[in-house]
Design a protein. Structure first.
Ligand code: ATP
Length: 465
C-alpha cells in the first residue's frame, strides 16, 4: 500500500469508527448530508465536552488572572466593520473553468510545496497550476469573504443584516470594560470563551478539520504593550504543553511561525501549533497571536467609547495589547482521536476470535475518554445483574459508565478498547461469594480484584494519578 493510500485509509478508519460507535455523524444524513456540517453522537459529545472542560480548567479554573465569558453569537454589525472582517476576512478563491469546482488558491500552492504566503508575493504563480480534479484551467484568484450573513427581524433588507460570528473573540473585546469593571481586574488579565463560530469556507473538508460551523476555545490576554513579547513567549509553550499533557505524541506536534506575508490583518506576530495529520502532514491545530492594539483601538474608534487603560499605580495610560490563544474544539477532537488510535494485529487478548482480528485500542487520556468505566456482568443471570447495577448506580454522578451484558467477555473488552474506556469492571460468580469484582486496565490489561465496597475509592485513586 502506498503512503498516500495508507494516509487516506487512516482517515477512513477514524470516520468509520466515529460513525459506527456514535462519536460523529454527518449532519442531516437522511437527506443526503449537509456539506461540512457534523453532529456529535452520544460518545462524541462526551469526548468534546471533556476536551472543553479540560481547556476551561487549565485556562480559567486553575488561574487567578483569567475569567470566563459567554457572549452572544449575533452582535451589532458594526462589530464586524470595526474588527476589519468585512473588509479583510477573505480567502483567495479560484474556479476551474472546466469542471466549475472551487478551490482556495493558497491551499493549491501549498500542496505544491510552496510557502503559504507565496500567493501574496507572486499571485501569477497560480497560472502554473491546473485544477486538481480535472486538470482544467483555473481562473485568477479573487477575494471571497468568509463571514456568514443573516437577517435580524422580519424584514430582509440591508438595514437588518448582521453576521454569524466568524471568531468568538470579538464578543470578548466588546465586553472588555464590562468584565474589567465588574470583576475589578487589573492588567495583565485574560478573558476566556468557548463557543460556536461560522465561516463560509471555500473548501471545507477532511471531516471535522474544516467545517462551516465549528467551535472555538479562545482566551484573550490583555497586557501592557511593553510586556507583549514576554506574555507571548509565556503562552506559546503553555498551549503546546496542554496537548502534550493530554497525551498527544510530541513528535506529532510542532510550533510554526507565520511569515510576515501570511499574517492576518490584525496580527503583529503569530505562531501555529501544528499537528501531523494523515492528510498532507503538519497543519494548523491552534494559534497564538499577538494582535497588538488593533482590536481595542478599532472598537474605540467605531463605538466612540475610549477603551484605553490607565494603570492604577503608575498612572500610565495605554491601549492594551492582546495576546490571543485560539484553539478549535473540533480540530482538537479530531487530533485526540487520530493520535489515540492504535491497531494491534494478531490480537492482544487471548480469545480465539481476537487472535484472528485486528484489535483497535483508542488510547485516550482517561480525562478525555467518553466512558470512564464499563460495567460487565459475566452473564445475564439476575443475581449477577443485580450486583452489577448496584455498582453502576454507586458510580453515577461521578463517573460516566456504560453497562454491557451482551457477547463474550473478550468481545465486550474489545468494544470498550475501541472507544477508549480506561477501565472495565466484571462481576462474576465468585463475586457473589467473595464480594469482589475484577477491574481491568485498558492499556496494561492488568486485572485487579477489588472489594465491591472499595470500587469507588479504587477508581478515584486512578483518576487522581
Ligand atoms: P486555517 O488556516 O486552517 O483556515 P485559521 O488560521 O483561519 O485556520 P484561526 O482563525 O486562527 O484559524 O482560528 C483558530 C482556530 O479555530 C484554528 O486553529 C482551528 O483550530 C479552528 N478553526 C478555524 N477554522 C476552522 C474551521 N473551518 N473548522 C474547524 N475549526 C476551525
Amino acid at each position: 500500500m502506498s503512503k498516500n493510500q495508507e494516509e487516506n485509509n487512516m482517515m477512513e478508519k477514524i470516520v468509520s469508527l466515529a460513525k459506527r460507535r456514535g462519536f460523529v455523524f454527518q449532519s442531516s444524513e437522511i437527506y443526503g448530508g449537509f456539506a461540512s456540517c457534523y453532529d456529535y453522537g452520544p460518545l462524541g459529545v462526551e469526548l468534546k465536552n471533556n476536551i472543553k472542560r479540560e481547556w476551561w480548567k487549565a485556562m480559567v479554573r486553575q488561574r487567578d488572572d483569567v475569567v470566563g465569558l459567554d457572549a452572544s453569537i449575533l452582535m451589532h454589525p458594526k462589530v464586524w466593520e470595526a474588527s476589519g472582517h468585512l473588509e479583510s476576512f477573505t480567502d483567495p478563491l479560484v474556479d476551474c473553468k472546466d469542471c466549475k469546482k472551487r478551490f482556495r488558491a493558497d491551499h493549491l500552492l501549498e500542496a505544491k510545496g510552496l510557502e503559504p504566503g507565496y500567493l501574496k508575493e507572486k499571485p501569477e504563480a497560480i497560472n502554473e497550476i491546473k485544477c486538481p480534479e480535472c486538470s482544467g484551467q483555473l481562473t485568477n484568484p479573487r477575494t471571497f469573504n468568509l463571514l456568514m450573513k443573516t437577517f435580524i427581524g422580519p424584514v430582509e433588507n440591508e438595514a437588518a443584516v448582521t453576521y454569524l460570528r466568524g471568531e468568538t473573540c470579538q464578543g470578548i473585546y466588546v465586553n472588555f470594560e464590562n468584565v474589567k469593571d465588574s470583576m475589578r481586574l487589573k492588567i495583565p488579565f485574560g478573558i476566556a470563551q468557548v463557543g460556536k463560530a461560522f465561516r463560509n469556507e471555500i473548501t471545507p473538508g477532511n471531516f471535522i478539520f474544516r467545517m462551516r460551523e465549528f467551535e472555538q476555545m479562545e482566551m484573550q490576554y490583555f497586557v501592557n504593550p511593553k510586556e507583549a513579547k514576554k506574555w507571548f513567549e509565556y503562552w506559546k509553550p503553555l498551549r503546546l504543553k496542554w496537548y502534550q499533557d493530554l497525551g498527544v505524541k510530541k513528535e506529532n506536534l510542532r510550533l510554526r511561525e507565520h511569515g510576515q506575508d501570511e499574517l492576518a490583518h490584525y496580527a503583529k506576530e503569530a505562531w501555529d501549533i501544528e499537528y501531523n495529520y494523515p492528510f498532507g502532514g503538519f497543519k494548523e491545530l491552534a494559534g497564538i497571536h499577538n494582535r497588538g492594539d488593533w482590536d481595542l483601538s478599532r472598537h474605540s474608534k467605531f463605538s466612540g467609547k475610549d477603551l484605553s487603560y490607565t494603570d492604577p499605580e503608575t498612572k500610565e495610560k495605554f491601549m492594551p495589547y492582546i495576546i490571543e490563544t485560539s484553539d478549535g474544539a473540533d480540530r482538537a477532537t479530531l487530533v485526540f482521536l487520530l493520535d489515540a488510535y492504535e491497531e494491534i494485529r494478531g490480537g492482544r487478548t487471548t480469545t480465539t476470535e481476537s487472535s484472528k482480528e485486528v484489535e483497535v485500542v483508542l488510547r485516550l487520556d482517561k480525562r478525555l475518554a467518553p466512558i470512564k468505566i464499563a460495567i460487565l456482568p459475566l452473564s445475564k443471570k439476575p443475581e449477577l445483574e443485580k450486583v452489577a447495577k448496584k455498582i453502576q448506580e454507586n458510580l453515577w454522578g461521578t463517573y460516566m459508565t456504560m453497562y454491557d451484558v451482551t457477547g463474550s467477555i473478550g468481545k465486550r473488552y474489545r468494544r470498550q478498547d475501541e472507544i477508549g474506556t480506561p477501565y472495565c469492571l466484571t462481576v462474576d460468580f465468585e463475586s457473589l461469594e467473595d464480594k469482589k469484582v475484577t477491574i481491568r486496565d485498558r492499556d496494561t490489561m492488568k486485572q485487579d480484584r477489588v472489594a465491591i465496597s472499595e470500587v469507588l475509592d479504587y477508581i478515584d485513586d486512578k483518576f487522581k494519578s
